[in-house]
Write a protein that binds this ligand. Sequence first.
Ligand SMILES: Cc1cc2nc3c(=O)[nH]c(=O)nc-3n(C[C@H](O)[C@H](O)[C@H](O)COP(=O)(O)OP(=O)(O)OC[C@H]3O[C@@H](n4cnc5c(N)ncnc54)[C@H](O)[C@@H]3O)c2cc1C
Length: 269
Amino acid sequence: MADRFASLASREITRPIGFLTVACPNNSPITQYPNNSISQSHNSTLALQPFKGWVVRTPDDHFDPSRFTMMDYRLRWQDTTCFTYVLPMSRREALVEFTLFTPTLPPEGAYDEMLRQYFDKILKIKEFEIVETEFGIIPMTDFPFEKYSSGKHVRIGTAGGWVKPSSGYSFKNCERNSQKIIENMKAGRPANTGLFSSKFRFYDSVFLGVLQAQNELGPSLFNGMYAKNDIQKIFAFLDNETSLVEDLGIISGFPKWPFLRSLFNYLAR
Ligand SMILES: Cc1cc2nc3c(=O)[nH]c(=O)nc-3n(C[C@H](O)[C@H](O)[C@H](O)COP(=O)(O)OP(=O)(O)OC[C@H]3O[C@@H](n4cnc5c(N)ncnc54)[C@H](O)[C@@H]3O)c2cc1C
């Protein structure tokens, strides 16, 4: 959808900026990012979400297509926040993906090693065929991309800050923001009106600060969140769709000190 909107909103030219590519007219008045803006910014936090997945096929039934594993923290790469998820497509086919939320990238062989271990120790599947692999690195950052858009020229996707900093998810934001931009344009409002929630950006910043400073805490934070809250409420929270009361219910389940420390760092920057 972001692609389609980019071609509608700007029929001129697309220009790469660092590792991000944005749709932006050649003589646009849009403010440019400073050079190496994200990595050198003292006012934002950057973590990485590298992942590798195998789509596998097995000779026997091993998966239940009506269930999926969202974040399995049982296997750890060193002391990092890392997990494996399993999305079955049928009883004999699934995407199994190893993912990290990390300040630094692991060595290249780590992904295959962890996936192999997951099949061996957790899934206990000995025989399978890898029919497809996928790999990516998603930036997780609270860099204020939205400041570099204007009412007439709106950066979209990653370059627009549509990747949720604390989860790396972007599809939901792409869907919601594309719709919002169309509504704004139809109503004659500046196109970037109401695209960002400062409340959720604040939560994301504090959470990202904890992951950056104490990456080893990730598994207990996520496991605690899933254990203590209703799953539909968690999905709504991750989609920036909860009320303040619901937020407080979820936030109160997190350990206080790491979050207070991150909050002080956030306020001091
Ligand atoms: C394997 C994989 C799995 C993922 N799974 C999920 C998921 O389950 N959920 C989720 O929320 N996110 C997921 N993501 C992340 C998500 O895909 C990205 O965050 C999102 O696509 C970023 O949107 P974007 O518009 O910035 O970039 P893209 O979706 O990559 O769009 C950029 C577009 O610009 C085009 N382009 C680039 N350079 C130029 C140029 N110079 N001229 C013209 N066109 C150009 C590209 O061809 C591309 O179509 C996944 C990513 C990967 C790689």
